[in-house]
Design a protein around this ligand. Structure first.
Ligand SMILES: [Zn+2]
Length: 274
């Protein structure tokens, strides 16, 4: 099996392709096609959930990343022993169904467009929220730090431990502890209400600006190093990203964040109201 060609970075939700492999996924079946519009959950940074939909008319109940190498055979999701895109492996989109279909059959692939649109909105909002949070926290740094595309210290990159996209939202978890303190972010005098209000003001302006969003797609394979670009009024920003997005920030309607803290864990909940 060769690495799967993916069309979701260009916004596609339908396709037609040949089944090139069928593998067991527990008691279910993992169908691999040559080219798919389905976005699978990534195994290295599992932020955007799998697309739902149908393959050959069968419900796709899950969609996971697979990696295949001569000596190793096929590994799925968390069992993949190498990082995303590692050389020597073929990278596959594995569509999980309750019933198998034969290799060689050509099938229609149809992604649940409403679910995808909600995840795309959540994912774009997640990136914007990270940039807004970086800006709102900029005054709290005590040392020079790596900066984001808008020139603010990149709190998001320095502190994030997990990011989960949801339909029309996201939940990002940050670790404020000793190592961040050493990097120059003490984090003990944070007024979370003020920080959230500052971030929300920026988010409102960015949504109102209708800034264009695009994905740079350097290759057709699942693990090509794609980049999210957004032309904000302050300047164009880019973030490495394997997910899907809206085409303009105005499609988000409104984006707001809420911050909460428990000991050294800061949680940002982002909500889109389209
Ligand atoms: Zn992303």
């Amino acid at each position: 099996m060769n690495s799967t060609v993916v069309t979701f970075p260009d916004g596609h939700v339908t396709g037609r392709s040949e089944i090139v492999g069928v593998v067991p996924v527990g008691a279910r079946h993992g169908l691999v096609v040559a080219e798919t519009p389905f976005h699978p959950l990534d195994h290295t940074w599992p932020d955007q959930p799998a697309d739902l939909g149908t393959l050959g008319g069968l419900p796709v109940v899950d969609c996971v990343t697979g990696a295949w190498a001569d000596q190793e055979g096929l590994r799925l999701g968390p069992d993949i022993p190498v990082r995303r895109g590692a050389d020597g492996w073929e990278w596959l989109v594995v569509h999980v169904t309750e019933t198998p279909l034969p290799v060689g059959e050509t099938v229609d692939l149809v992604v649940d467009a409403g679910h995808r649109a909600a995840l795309s909105a959540g994912h774009t909002a997640c990136h914007l929220a990270a940039l807004a949070l970086n800006a709102a926290l900029a005054g709290h740094w005590r040392k020079e730090a790596a900066r984001d595309g808008l020139g603010h210290p990149d709190f998001d990159q320095a502190a994030i431990t997990s990011s989960r996209i949801t339909p029309d939202g996201s939940v990002d978890v940050y670790r404020l502890g000793k190592s961040l303190r050493k990097k120059g972010f003490p984090g003990d005098d944070l007024d979370l209400d003020r920080v959230a209000a500052d971030a929300n003001e920026r988010l409102a302006a960015w949504v109102a600006a209708g800034a264009p969003v695009r994905i740079d797609v350097p290759g057709r394979w699942l693990t090509a190093r794609r980049t999210w670009h957004c032309a904000l009024p302050e300047g164009e920003v880019s973030i490495p990203c394997g997910g899907t997005h809206v085409a303009r920030t105005s499609e988000l309607g409104s984006v707001t964040v809420a911050l909460s803290r428990e000991d050294a864990t800061l949680t940002m909940r982002t909500t889109v109201t389209r």
